[in-house]
Design a protein around this ligand. Structure first.
Ligand code: XMP
Length: 551
């Protein structure tokens, strides 16, 4: 789990130890936009899995120790010149295999079936008719009118399709057990070999029985226990961290975000006072954020946290700079400088012992993304909170206890470790903080106004239940002045913009359709409670073409 340099690993190769990871599913990624969802659903079923690109080395396939394999969908056609092929070593494993969409077509092609290359794309909701018995679909049914008998032939399943090609002749040994009018081979099974092919996507929630189907595959068919639970993960990780760290000292840059908070709680449980956290208050945080971090970690949990008040240093470095990217770079560099100074002080001797390890909150999607290129690309450093650019004299070993976990698993772990739900369910906050929400030059006055406005917006979102319904919401200091009227007087003051978006992946987003009454309450409160604001606007841009942040 540890590497000697922060920018080293390409993909996690978790040692196959006799733990709750023993029952494990290997997911082979053919490039579908839904591939990560498959892994998340398998984990939700309480089974550990890892996902690798389709051209993963044969040795790694063998060493993985899979009890079952899932082949993902993908954008290619099996007839394409350079279409991704199934590594035959997967079939030598002699374990159950589930092919989804392209995975099914590639399996059909490999075993001598026929795949029809089609220009037309079938995309969206469909109902499949189950025409024969199979272990995979037995008892699964969305049709309340069809009788539940021993056989579920002629029952129906509501599924999500997204494919161009389709299998038109199943290979020898396979039986067709489900169809739709446009897709006569929707499900094919070879019960002797325990090979299953499904044309639809069980990993998306539109496939109503999708989780049940994946659960059937990993538990009943592949024989995996359901030991991958938050409690067990905490126990396992604590034991691993104890063994790995021994009596050494560990340093963690704590940002107050979900990932670093969970790392802090986990390490504290594992090694207690051997952990020192550095929390850098850069003056670009939300209202009372620094105090909240200190309260949760230092006061309530007894974690050793050093709070560095670096507001003046950051604001002075940013003085006179208006360009968004220049601001980002300055904030990132200043963070590294401040953190490195603190790290030097701490590493010189915490409890008389030098610090050997630096902990980071890297999570599994970062690992998957960086492995995708298969070029040994450096692992992704998302923001300056992941302190990748430390000076050479700080040669820490890196420790990444969340490296094999998805965000939803990290959240569950945080709750299991006793972190407040409010902290765990917080919207993401960019590394440069309010620095990219104050348009143009950043000053303390602007930051103070924005903090107040943002806090009012958050209070009202929470009060109305809309905080949980939006993926990200915040206020923006537009640096534009506008005329208003207060009593009999004219007020020439700042314009605040409100932004709230709905998104799953943050790559695309729709502006949240907040109720007008809510926007009105927020707007009135901001203008009445903050004398320096004369006007409030609501941002109705979606991404693309806008971005979520304003800078
Ligand atoms: P955009 O504005 O690109 O934002 O649509 C997408 C997501 O990324 C976050 N974001 C950042 N996070 N450092 C970060 O750590 C940054 O410089 C940064 N810029 C944008 C943004 O808050 C949103 O969640």
């Amino acid at each position: 789990m540890s590497t000697t340099t922060p920018i080293a690993a390409t993909v996690s190769s978790t040692p196959h130890t006799p733990t709750i990871k023993q029952d494990r599913i290997l997911i082979i990624d053919f490039g579908s936009q839904y591939s990560q969802l498959i892994a998340r659903r398998v984990r939700e079923a309480g089974v550990f899995c890892e996902m690798y690109p389709y051209d993963i080395d044969t040795d790694r396939i063998k060493d993985f120790g899979a009890k079952g394999v899932i082949l993902s969908g993908g954008p290619e056609s099996v007839h394409g010149k350079h279409s991704p092929k199934i590594n035959p070593a997967l079939f030598d494993l002699d374990v159950p295999i589930l092919g989804i969409c392209y995975g099914m077509q590639a399996m059909a092609d490999y075993f001598g079936g026929q795949v029809h290359a089609s220009e037309v794309h079938e995309f969206g909701a469909a109902t499949i008719e189950v025409t024969g018995d199979s272990t995979l679909l037995a008892g699964l049914n969305d049709d309340i009118h069809s009788p539940k008998q021993n056989s579920n032939a002629h029952s129906h399943l509501d599924v999500w399709m997204s494919h161009g090609d389709k299998v038109i002749a199943a290979p020898a040994g396979f039986k067709v057990v489900a169809q739709t009018p446009s897709c006569p081979i929707a499900v094919m099974v070879n019960e002797d070999k325990h090979y299953y092919g499904i044309q639809f996507h069980p990993e998306v929630t539109h496939t109503l029985q999708g989780q049940a189907l994946l659960s059937r595959f990993v538990h009943t068919i592949s024989g995996c226990a359901g030991d991958w639970t938050p409690d067990n993960i905490v126990d396992m990780r604590v034991a691993q961290l104890k063994a790995e760290v021994g009596d050494k000292q560990v340093l963690l840059g704590l940002s107050g975000g979900v990932d670093s908070s969970v790392v802090a709680a986990l390490l504290h449980k594992a090694i207690g006072k051997q952990l020192t956290c550095v929390f850098v208050d850069n003056g670009l945080l939300r209202l009372h954020e620094g105090d909240q971090v200190m309260q949760v970690f230092a006061e309530n949990m007894g974690v050793k946290v050093i709070r560095v008040d670096a507001e003046a240093q950051f604001l002075s470095a940013l003085s006179g700079v208006a360009d968004p990217e220049a601001k980002r770079k300055i904030i990132g560099k200043t963070f590294i400088d401040v953190f490195a100074d603190a790290a030097r002080e701490v590493s010189a001797g915490s409890d008389g012992k030098p610090v050997e390890y630096l902990a980071q909150g890297t999570i599994y999607p970062d690992v998957i993304e960086s492995a995708k290129s298969h070029q040994g690309k450096a692992h992704v450093i998302k923001s300056h909170h992941n302190v990748g650019g430390l000076p050479d004299d700080l040669a820490f070993k890196l420790i990444e206890p969340l490296r094999d976990l998805f965000k939803d698993e990290v959240r569950k772990l945080g709750l299991t470790l006793g972190l407040p739900a409010k902290m765990i369910n917080r919207h993401p906050f960019p590394g440069p903080g309010l620095g990219v929400r104050i348009l143009g030059e950043v000053t303390k006055d602007y930051a103070d106004i924005l903090r107040e406005a943002d806090a009012i917006f958050m209070q009202e979102l929470e009060r109305s239940g809309w905080y949980a319904k939006t993926a990200q919401a915040f206020a923006v200091f537009t640096a534009v002045k506008s005329v208003g009227v207060v009593g009999d007087g004219r007020r020439y003051a700042w314009v605040i913009a409100l932004r709230a978006v709905e998104t799953v992946d943050f790559m695309t987003a729709r502006f949240a359709h907040l109720p007008y009454e809510l926007i009105e309450t927020v707007s009135n409160r901001i203008m009445n409670e903050i004398a320096d604001v004369s006007r409030v606007t609501y941002d109705v841009s979606s991404k693309p073409p806008a971005t979520i942040e304003w800078e």
